[in-house]
Design a protein around this ligand. Structure first.
Ligand SMILES: Cc1cc2nc3c(=O)[nH]c(=O)nc-3n(C[C@H](O)[C@H](O)[C@H](O)COP(=O)(O)OP(=O)(O)OC[C@H]3O[C@@H](n4cnc5c(N)ncnc54)[C@H](O)[C@@H]3O)c2cc1C
Length: 330
């Protein structure tokens, strides 16, 4: 995994990510923190659901995880609209979190001097949160950013955005026998993203080069309706079937059965809503409060997902497919 959870919780700082891969760089004291907070190591899902949501998922939530409510959301803020991936729900929620006294949001920014390479950013201002908007389809060690926010910047009210594996790691760190107290106490909002897969960074860059795409000029990558698209401003400079990129998918994604970020407070994706809107799955009280705060702050408009097409059934369909693929190890 490249989520960074093992590095974030190692009490003797003996794990570092090299090219996204965790490496032992010092003495191992065999405390078990890395293994027991790893999103890929087995854990008791039902028990975690009870701890986080107060109940295990019902039969009708088998694919999505515990759901309180589902919405279609679109930002009303021109600055967010300009930078966001879909409806800007994530950036709006995080911006409002900071406006309401949150101390920082850990987001995926871009590393300077390395094209489209995501790195965790401890964003303390609305400008920094907006700068981190947009989807990076390669993995980012978000949990390293969380540890940095808490241990180095000493932040005590932190929001975190991440993919399903990162949300799983974060919840493991927040709950259970091997939780990390400082992080648990500081994290105030877990914002998950829907995710089918991530690509390996080097293989994606090589693939684009072979296809004649200058990634340094691409302003946005997008996955829509089974196609991977690269944009340069308003111009589509590349459009390919996702099935042609199968070999770029990171092996660990084949084992992941979580599409909808099942352990977040609020999960966001594009499937289920019309273009330009985000689908938002609210799972907890604090997720609902964060969404409503952004609405009250004038940053978003919110509709029940049932009022738009294709709605929740499209989310369930993809989530079911991911579970099926994970079972087969595809
Ligand atoms: C790897 C990946 C795969 C995805 N696959 C799907 C999919 O199959 N179906 C679907 O409906 N949605 C998918 N999404 C989610 C979708 O691309 C949008 O992120 C989501 O709809 C939110 O849109 P928004 O306009 O509200 O977000 P924005 O307001 O643009 O904010 C996006 C937030 O996500 C953070 N972010 C971006 N990339 C990463 C990353 N690699 N790791 C951690 N955080 C990151 C940004 O820093 C920012 O805070 C995927 C996202 C990622 C990162």
């Amino acid at each position: 995994m490249s989520c960074g959870a093992c590095a974030a919780v190692c009490p003797v700082n003996s794990i570092a990510l090299e090219e996204g891969v965790p490496k032992l760089v010092g003495l191992c004291i065999a405390c078990g923190m890395c293994y027991n907070n790893c999103p890929r190591a087995e854990f008791d899902v039902e028990e975690m659901e009870r701890q986080v949501f107060g109940r295990a998922r019902g039969e009708d939530e088998a694919e999505t995880g515990v759901v309180k409510a589902v919405y279609a959301v679109r930002t009303k803020d021109a600055g967010i609209l300009e930078r966001c991936q879909d409806g800007g729900a994530v950036t709006a929620i995080l911006s409002q979190f900071l406006a309401d006294g949150g101390e920082c949001a850990v987001v995926a920014g871009l590393e300077e001097g390395k094209v489209w390479s995501p790195e965790p950013v401890v964003a303390v201002s609305r400008e920094e949160v907006v700068a981190g908007a947009g989807t990076k389809y390669t993995s980012c060690p978000i949990l390293v950013g969380v540890a940095s926010a808490v241990n180095e910047y000493e932040k005590q009210k932190v929001a975190v955005v991440g993919t399903p594996c990162q949300m799983r790691a974060l919840r493991r760190i927040e709950t259970g026998d091997y939780s990390e107290a400082k992080i648990r106490e500081a994290v105030a909002l877990d914002v998950g993203l829907f995710c089918m897969e991530t690509f390996g960074y080097s293989s994606l860059m090589e693939f684009l080069e072979r296809a004649g795409v200058d990634a340094s000029k691409v302003t946005k990558f997008d996955i829509k309706k089974g196609r991977f698209i690269a944009w340069q401003g308003d111009e589509q400079v590349y459009n390919v079937k996702l099935s042609e990129m199968k070999e770029l998918v990171r092996p660990c994604c084949h084992e992941c059965d979580d599409f909808a970020s099942e352990f977040s407070d609020v999960s966001v994706g594009n499937v289920g809503s019309p273009d330009g809107w985000s689908t938002v799955v609210v799972r907890t009280e604090r997720g609902e409060a964060a969404l409503r705060a952004a609405e009250k702050g004038g940053l978003i408009e919110v509709k029940p997902l049932g009022e738009v097409k294709p709605g929740l059934k499209a989310v369930v369909k993809l989530a079911r497919l991911k579970k099926k693929q994970a079972k087969k190890g595809e």
